[in-house]
Design a protein around this ligand. Structure first.
Ligand code: ADP
Ligand code: MG
Length: 703
């Protein structure tokens, strides 16, 4: 029996021999594939299977799969839904190693289709057949010059490139294939229902494919989360960005919610955080995806954070700056030295030099090279983007050949530089194909639109700067299995991770409670400490600010009544230091059933649940992420200084978040949830105090 990860995908994605089952003279799928193989110049074996023909398009035809003279790598089943079960059985018997089923009417349509799909899957698994589909358009492989793709291929011209596309939607694959002006494909996979081979396996294959530099994925659902994230990691370590467009993010299944703030992981945001954690580049539409793929076409890829734009007009420079600023794209002003050099040679410049309007005296052939050289020599510049008026094919106005003159200047500058150079048009999708081709030959990529184009470059810059994880020590604590651990016991575990908790004592009766309160010093807080009551104040089992023995006695008498009515223990009371000051925040950890643990941060009160004002990161946490998490919460503005109130201790809050994350990661197999609500963040220098804690662990069999 073959496990999916052990499956060799070469016979499917880069077959050396292909049986086209159901090929015919008639125009249709089987014929398109035979013709496509001819257009590509496929030099492997081609075996049409159809009892009605002796020969088809120059190939000897065979009556059945069983009659094939060799066990082919691939069988493209162009025969209709009714015949596929039988055909797959024959493939298994003949030793065919991979197959494509195009037809729909399987798991996506209901019980009968699902059952049929399951039978096919069982046969494939048993025989080790790598199956693409059903309900897909098959696979196009430009480096292997093979195709099982369900479209007529008019020409191979311009199709080949360095992008591998895996799409769960066939028509999105078709859409992406329609525009080859700036990039081509190493391969295109329409993966369909992914009954056997899934998205993660395809990504994993392309992570190791020499013809692929960047991977694009259009995703409706993730069938094997573990495989998917492992493939993202493999691609990242191979230096290949994975650009992901996910639709239907809000449909994620919710999981059981054990505490007030638990279940945050059911948020669609978890998926975005998983992508971030595994260094995929998430995009929200095809335009954004397209610009990133285009930005990956240069000989040198963007790194560093210094982005400088050169323009030929003041209006353009102003527009680009406005758009960039609104989109969170940083264009740092040009340093005084560089500015002085430009002004000396080109004439006075308006604005702060980024974007740099280098029009000056209007002599572009002189001003552009000078400006590009200054940017190249400017230490803070990592990426140079040139933007002049947009050009298109067959443009009615302007001097012919102007766009190529600019392109030559840009290519010359790029040749003498180690920094990546880009040409940018003001609008996405507007370009002059001759100019694009000329630049591409010289290793200069073309992006479009200040927002989309610069945004794409910035995403790649960030991609190169992924910080290392905040490393976890080995597990230091042994968590009890399958337990909702009450505040007191949870805090005993948290102190082992160096987390700050107030002084407190567990007491059994009034006498011991009084003794503890006097030792800690009034005012104190008293609460029930019992696993059965995770949410204490819901039942009135928290009393804060008790000032003396009398108030303590009254509170205890009342709470014993409540506990008795609840059937909770009446001899387990926590007497705790009252922390009067500090801003209340929440830090929690929860488990997503697919993707594992994440840490969340928000402000106390209604912020998290009502306003959804919280931030989330997957574990393990990376350096700098705790700071980002605080910055991303709107309500965290409250942590700043305000009028007479001093700023809160953000540094210690960061430390707290990182320690919670480390603790959780070290105990990741046992943990289901941590809920620290609230943590009181005191003024700068005075640290934080975790005044309530709850830990929920998994059942022994889960971990
Ligand atoms: P619950 O189980 O209901 O969440 P908590 O322990 O969080 O109970 O107590 C409820 C509220 O009481 C907290 O949100 C906090 O505002 C306040 N509180 C609890 N413990 C303390 C303390 N030691 N010092 C000051 N306020 C506290
Ligand atoms: Mg609480």
């Amino acid at each position: 029996m073959f496990t999916p990860d052990a499956m060799d995908l070469h016979p499917l994605i880069a077959p050396r021999s292909i049986a086209v089952v159901g090929a015919s003279e008639r125009s249709g799928l089987g014929r398109w594939i035979l013709e496509g193989l001819a257009v590509f110049g496929f030099d492997g074996g081609v075996y049409p299977v159809n009892p009605k023909f002796e020969h088809l398009l120059g190939h000897k035809a065979y009556a059945s799969i069983g009659d094939l003279p060799v066990a082919t790598d691939l069988a493209a089943l162009c025969i209709g839904r009714a015949g596929v079960l039988d055909a797959i059985q024959q493939c298994a018997a003949r030793g065919v190693r991979a197959a494509v089923i195009y037809d729909s009417g399987f798991s996506e349509t209901g019980a009968e289709g699902k059952a049929l799909q399951e039978r096919i899957v069982a046969i494939c698994r048993e025989a080790g057949i790598a199956l693409c589909g059903p309900n897909c358009m098959g696979i196009l492989n430009l480096s292997a010059r093979s195709t099982s793709f369900k479209q007529t291929i008019r020409t191979a011209q311009g199709l080949a490139g360095n992008v591998a596309l895996v799409s769960q939607s066939g028509s999105i694959a078709g859409t992406m294939l329609a525009d080859l002006r700036r990039f081509g494909f190493s391969a295109v996979v329409s993966s369909g229902n992914e009954a056997v081979v899934n998205l993660g396996q395809y990504i994993d294959y392309f992570a190791g494919d020499p013809a692929t530099n960047v991977i694009a994925a259009f995703i409706e659902s993730i069938r094997d989360p573990q495989m998917f994230v492992a493939a993202l990691d493999r691609a990242a370590s191979a230096g290949k960005p994975v650009v992901v467009l996910k639709v239907g993010k809000s449909e994620r299944t919710q999981h059981a919610i054990t505490s007030h703030t638990g279940g945050l992981a059911g948020e669609s945001r978890v998926f975005s955080e998983v992508l971030r954690a595994h260094r995929a580049i998430e995009v929200t539409d095809l335009d954004e995806m397209t610009e990133i793929l285009a930005a990956c076409q240069g000989a040198r890829w963007p790194r560093g954070r210094g982005l400088n734009v050169l323009t030929t007009s003041g209006g353009q420079a102003e527009l680009i700056l406005d758009v960039a600023t609104a989109s969170g794209i940083e264009l740092a002003p040009l340093a005084a030295e560089g500015r002085a050099r430009i002004e000396a040679d080109v004439g006075p410049i308006t604005g702060d030099g980024n974007p740099l309007d280098a029009w000056g005296n209007g002599d572009a052939s002189r001003n552009m090279p000078i400006s590009l050289r200054v940017l190249d020599e400017n230490e803070a510049t990592d990426v140079i983007v040139f933007c002049s008026s947009d050009s298109v094919d067959d443009q009615p106005l302007g001097r012919a050949g102007r766009e190529l003159d600019y392109a030559r200047i840009l290519v010359e500058a790029a040749r003498n530089s180690q920094k990546p150079h880009f040409l940018m048009s003001m609008r996405p999708g507007v370009m002059h194909t001759g100019q694009v081709r000329y630049l591409a030959d010289a290793g200069v990529a073309v992006v479009g639109g200040a927002r989309q184009g610069l945004g794409a470059i910035q995403r790649l810059m960030e991609w190169h700067r992924a910080p290392p994880p905040v490393f976890a020590e080995d597990p230091i604590t042994v968590l009890p299995a399958g337990r909702t651990i009450n505040e007191h016991d949870a805090k005993r575990l948290l102190v082992t991770a160096g987390l700050p908790i107030p002084r407190e004592c567990l007491c059994v009766d009034l006498a011991s409670a009084c003794e503890a309160a006097n030792m800690i010093g009034y005012p104190v807080v008293m609460k029930i400490a019992a696993d059965e009551v995770p949410h204490k104040s819901d039942h009135g089992l928290v009393a804060v600010g008790l000032r003396d023995d009398g108030e303590l006695a009254a509170a205890l008498a009342r709470m014993i009544e409540v506990a008795r009515a609840l059937g909770a223990p009446v001899d387990s009371w926590l007497v705790q230091e009252f922390v009067p000051d500090g801003i209340e925040v929440f830090v929690g950890v929860s488990r997503d059933p697919d993707f594992g643990l994440s840490v969340a941060f928000g402000m106390g009160g209604v912020g998290i649940e009502v306003m959804k004002d919280f931030s989330l990161r997957m574990l393990p946490l990376r350096a700098g992420e705790a700071q980002e998490m605080i910055a991303a919460v709107r309500g965290a503005a409250l942590l700043g200084a305000y009028r007479n109130r001093p700023a809160a201790d953000r540094l210690q809050l960061v430390d707290c978040i990182e320690r919670v994350a480390k603790f959780a990661w070290a105990n990741r197999d046992q943990l289901n949830e941590i809920d620290l609500n609230p943590i009181k963040v005191r003024e700068a220098g005075r640290g934080c105090m975790i005044v309530d804690a709850l830990i929920v662990t998994r059942d022994a069999h889960e971990s």
